[in-house]
Design a protein around this ligand. Structure first.
Ligand code: AKG
Length: 283
């Protein structure tokens, strides 16, 4: 069953992102916002600033470096913290849109909770997801994405420089940096700072150039991120199928990489026979 309207599909193809309004109600916003305040006090994966490591690596800490609820946090691997983080893996309507856009042969590749604090000295940044390799790979407009994410806004972002998700619409199909500018920023030509309300969701493909703007609001901006990839790409949050799979539905387990049989070379190449039925929740 298709959830995307024709207009949304065309907008996705042209711009590389979609804005879904009021996916969470006010209670869900408060709940997940409080969860973020809670898990910052708990052990978990936070960025590893060791300059000898490649960028984007995380390490296990006893708690976030900053314990202020409006301070920086970038927590990975959320599923153990509360059943609600597991439920979000395939919650309607966002998951239905994901399946519409990607097809049924997918995995959950990452979960993340970010607080962008208000600071004069953070200039924002721009990147594609999926690292150096996916940056060079651009599928055609009508192809399903190799990987994409859902960003759940837990803070109102209603004016510029509020740590807005800043995108370069259409950049998923064309090469940037453009012109003579070597380093793209959220303030480069073509950048659009998206506005939204707490409870809204942005869907965007990994190959879209994007990143946070400055945050000059005086308070932290909170988001949850759930990433999905085609099955053969594999999760980059887990080495193995995570232990929480015991607390998951069959569909959630499948999305964590449990194919219903023991791993063998080739397992993630051609999909299990029941893949479509499991992901679409039909017999
Ligand atoms: O807005 C943020 O805090 C970071 C979002 C981002 O760049 C990403 O999801 O890759």
């Amino acid at each position: 069953m298709l959830h995307l309207t024709e207009e949304q599909r065309q907008r996705w193809q042209t711009d590389g992102y979609l804005h879904l309004e009021q996916v969470f109600d006010a209670d869900e916003v408060v709940f997940f916002s409080h969860e973020m305040d809670r898990i910052r006090q708990l052990p978990g994966y936070e960025p590893d600033r060791n300059p000898d490591l490649p960028i984007g690596h995380y390490k296990w800490l006893d708690h976030a470096e900053d314990l202020d609820p409006d301070g920086f946090m970038d927590r990975r691997d959320l599923l153990t913290y509360h059943q609600s983080f597991i439920d979000l893996i395939d919650q309607a309507p966002v998951f239905d849109y994901i399946v519409d856009l990607m097809g049924p042969n997918i995995l959950l590749s990452m979960t993340q909770a970010i607080v962008r604090p208000s600071h004069d000295d953070f200039p924002g940044y721009t990147h594609t997801d999926g690292g150096e390799s996916l940056r060079m790979t651009r599928v055609s407009e009508t192809s399903p994405p190799i990987a994409m994410k859902a960003m759940y806004l837990l803070t109102d972002v209603t004016k510029e420089d509020s740590a807005n998700l800043t995108v370069f619409p259409g950049s998923h199909t064309r090469q940037i940096p453009r012109h003579s500018e070597r380093v793209m920023t959220p303030y480069s030509e073509g950048a659009t700072q998206l506005m939204g309300q707490a409870g809204d969701v942005y869907l965007f493909t990994h190959s879209l150039w994007h990143g946070p703007s400055r945050n000059l609001t005086g308070k932290g901006r909170k988001v949850l991120l759930y990433n999905y990839c085609q099955l053969w790409v594999r999760s980059y949050d887990h080495e193995n199928i995570p232990a929480v799979s015991q607390r998951c539905s069959p569909r959630q387990r499948r999305l964590l990489g449990d194919l219903g049989y023991d791993f063998r070379p080739g397992s993630y190449f051609y999909v299990p026979k029941d893949q479509k039925a499991v992901i679409l929740n039909v017999d």
